[in-house]
Design a protein around this ligand. Structure first.
Ligand code: HEC
Ligand code: HEC
Length: 319
């Protein structure tokens, strides 16, 4: 066990070195200095939450898994949360808001967009707008766009560095996933074992600093729920192709990324129920969305692509 761990950490260090070379070719970085006074202090609180979301005193009660914001909005060469250049970078994000969201059928603020990640990616509860956690995260994310021109996005609530990449890749991978069969699942499982399990574990539960991808431990869910972007077969393939294996983003072929995430997103994870992610109206106040009911499961996420999860898995283990 010990030698295995040592081997894994050595390979992780090697991959990190390779990764920093790739990233150096397309650097995106945070500003070199923090803003003065109270604003600078707030940026630092936000940065701290990004790194320690599930244990930070301001956010731990709103997180229902073992993930951090940096689990998906990766740190770049400067070590700052969300500055890695892959898809889901947070550089430029603040310039796009207020922005239209098809999912919410409303014009969203940056706080809205950030807070929604808590109910979905973090499998928890949506922070209340203008509470310290909400302001701190928005302040941090805004700092990352220092000096960039504003351009409100009328189509989707995301950075100009992500907007087209999401649109094109989601379309490309939807086409591939709609054709998936049990053979793609088997191939995905094999590739997962060869390229991912050394860090995320064969059981998907993660190891040390390597975050979990699915499943439960002691009755608690470990990863993102079925309402998260990462639980959708096309978006998750796009993210993984751009960002994983860690430090080797951009190396998986389209079909490989698709098959691996067909496997990963067919594993057990928490169902999404929008109402459960919201505090009671008396506490939460106004919820800026025209959608008040939304539910997803692994099964319904597969159905969205015309797939039956039992047939894809070749068993009946998903409820
Ligand atoms: C499990 C992965 C995951 C985690 C954890 C996660 N996010 Fe996200 N986030 C995503 C994905 C994927 C998208 C794009 C999804 C989409 O458009 O549906 C996204 C989009 C965003 C956006 C819009 C940005 C843009 O330019 O595209 C913001 C802001 C954001 N997340 C903030 C956060 C914050 C703050 C946290 C921590 C509280 C967090 N996210 C945790 C996966 C994650
Ligand atoms: C060298 C170790 C390593 C390898 C190999 C690796 N990952 Fe990761 N992965 C990470 C780390 C580290 C993070 C989070 C980044 C952070 O915390 O700074 C991550 C994050 C993720 C996330 C988002 C967070 C979550 O837990 O849901 C997904 C999804 C993911 N990896 C999938 C994969 C897949 C699929 C493969 C194989 C193609 C893979 N990874 C290979 C280390 C690795």
């Amino acid at each position: 066990m010990k030698t295995n761990l040592l081997k894994y950490s050595l390979s992780a260090v090697a991959l990190l070195l390779v990764g920093s070379n790739i990233m150096a070719a397309t650097p995106t970085v945070a500003p070199r200095t923090y803003p003065a006074g109270e604003v600078g202090k707030m940026v630092k609180v936000g940065e701290d939450i990004m790194m320690h979301t599930d244990t930070h005193p301001l956010t731990k009660d709103m997180v229902g898994n073992k993930l951090q914001c940096i689990s998906c909005h990766l740190r770049g060469t400067d070590g700052k949360p969300g500055t890695a250049p892959g898809i889901a970078t947070l550089i430029g994000t603040a310039t796009a808001f207020p922005a239209y969201s098809k999912r919410e059928k409303s014009v969203q603020t940056l706080q809205d967009r950030i807070n929604n990640c808590f109910m979905r990616s973090m499998n928890g509860k949506r922070p209340i707008i203008d509470t310290k956690a909400s302001i701190a995260l928005a302040t941090y994310v805004t700092w990352l766009s220092t000096g960039m021109p504003m351009k409100m996005d009328t189509k989707r609530p995301c950075s100009p560095l992500n907007s087209n990449r999401w649109a094109q890749n989601a379309k490309k991978f939807a086409k591939i996933q709609k054709k998936a069969t049990h053979a793609n699942y088997v191939n995905g499982k094999k590739l997962y074992g060869a390229k991912c399990a050394m860090c995320h574990g064969a059981d998907g539960a993660g190891m040390g600093a390597f975050p979990p991808l699915w499943g439960q431990k002691a009755g608690k869910w470990l990863a993102y729920n079925t309402g998260a972007g990462m639980s959708k077969l096309n978006k998750s393939a796009a993210w993984v192709q751009s960002n994983m294996p860690f430090g080797q983003g951009g190396t998986l072929k389209d079909q490989e990324a698709a098959d691996i995430m067909l496997y990963v997103d067919a594993q057990p994870r928490a169902d999404f129920n929008l109402q459960k992610g919201l505090y009671p109206k008396s506490k939460m106040g106004y919820y800026n969305s025209k959608v008040s009911k939304e539910k997803h499961s692994v099964r319904s996420n597969f159905k969205q692509f015309g797939l039956d999860v039992d047939t894809i898995r070749g068993d009946h283990k998903i409820k």
